[in-house]
Design a binder for this molecule. Structure first.
Ligand code: NAP
Ligand code: ZN
Length: 349
């Protein structure tokens, strides 16, 4: 079936309206009529060929929410009309040790929601800036928020899980001091989630104008990272720092804020590498630098349920599909509080 979508034909061309083909649902598939799709910085990295290997046409979007509109004969967990989400994956090998452990995100056969090889037309996956998507039911998530919150739930499918997973893995909670670097789509969710987990949360921003807003999101303290004096106050004090910055920057400035055995987790994925950190900043207090990529399906469901229980959604600005190119420019300027979400009713309108 053909559906309306928004995508680009080359890395140096703007996104435009186009039509794409979706498969008929197979026996284990759910077909989802997409209501909203969040706009992740990864979408921009991929569609502009900042990351290697982009296939064109490229339809980004992996913060997908909508309703099930058809199911395959052997679908067990969903029925027509259910509110569901799809995040950054639409398939995996479903057999390896990682998949069995619920870490489909680390499976070698993980199929990304866009730009991954697939048997479907045109040979690579096409994402959520589109009216409809068809996925194996294992990769559909149940949404327990009220339907009126649906648009603001969309960013949880990437920004939410990408911050929730490392916060849980590295033990954010009462008695822990957690830093969140960069108050964008990921960072603002990191602040909300770490606060809800009971940690003492310090937000780091390059934007003086985000000070008040960071406190409103749940930060206990805010540091403007350009200020050496403000940074120095927090030397050797953090258990965990979650770094969401989308551009190369000086990691040492944050490493020295970790206490003994502290960890800085990098989730930001800049197109060019960070300058190498000074190894002495790791050696001196047995500090670690780690990385983390989204989260597995069980953990994504756990995150959605945690957010529903705690009344957590993203702070969003809704846009029409034809505003996406301007939205990318604004995202690059840090001019969004804090996630753009496309209303897919405007696709092809
Ligand atoms: P975003 O909304 O653009 O937020 C990034 C934030 O980083 C900005 O709001 C800004 O915050 C800060 N920043 C940007 N440029 C900076 C610079 N040159 N120096 C210092 N700070 C800067 O992006 P996002 O959607 O949150 O994504 C962030 C990164 O995570 C992207 O690289 C994305 O591809 C990656 N990502 C990774 C995963 C994963 O699984 N690991 C998943 C999703 C996204 P302030 O104004 O507060 O400084
Ligand atoms: Zn994303």
């Amino acid at each position: 079936m053909l559906v309306n979508a928004y995508g680009a034909y080359a890395g140096d061309r703007p996104l435009e309206s186009l039509q794409i083909s979706r498969r008929e649902p197979g026996v284990h598939d759910v077909q989802i009529d997409i209501a909203y799709c969040g706009v992740c910085h990864s979408d921009l990295h991929q569609v502009r060929s900042e990351w290697a290997g982009t296939q064109f046409p490229c339809v980004p979007g992996h913060e997908i929410v909508g309703r099930v509109s058809a199911i395959g004969a052997q679908v067990k967990n969903f029925t027509i009309g259910d509110l569901v989400g799809v995040g950054c994956m639409v398939d995996s090998c479903q057999r390896c040790a990682d998949c069995e452990a619920g870490f489909e995100n680390y499976c070698d056969g993980m199929v990304g929601t866009y730009n991954s090889p697939t048997k479907d037309e045109p040979g690579w996956t096409l994402g959520g800036y589109s009216q409809r998507i068809v996925v194996h039911e294992r990769f559909a998530l149940r949404i327990r928020h009220h339907a009126s919150q649906l648009a603001a739930v969309a960013p949880l499918l990437c920004a939410g899980i990408t911050t929730y997973s490392p916060l849980r893995h590295w033990g954010a909670g009462p008695g822990k001091k957690v830093g969140v670097v960069g108050i964008g789509g990921l960072g603002h969710m990191g602040i909300k989630l770490a606060h809800a987990m009971g940690a003492h949360v310090v937000a780091f921003t390059t934007s003086d104008s985000k000070r008040e807003a960071a406190l409103a999101l749940g930060a206990d303290e805010v540091v403007v990272s350009r200020s050496a004096e403000e940074m120095a106050v927090h030397a050797q004090s953090f258990d965990l720092i979650l770094n969401t910055v989308a551009a190369p920057h000086d990691l040492d400035a944050f490493l020295v804020l970790l206490k003994r055995d502290g960890t800085m987790v990098l989730v930001g994925a800049p197109a060019t590498p960070h300058p190498s950190p000074n190894v002495f900043n790791l050696i001196m207090r047995r500090r670690s630098i780690a990385g983390s990529m989204i989260g597995g399906i069980p953990e994504t469901q756990e995150m959605l349920d945690f957010c529903a229980e705690h009344g957590i959604v993203a702070d969003i600005e809704m846009i029409r599909a034809d505003e996406i190119n301007e939205a990318y420019e604004r995202m690059l300027r840090g001019d969004v509080k804090y996630r753009f979400v496309i209303d897919t009713a405007t696709l092809g309108a």
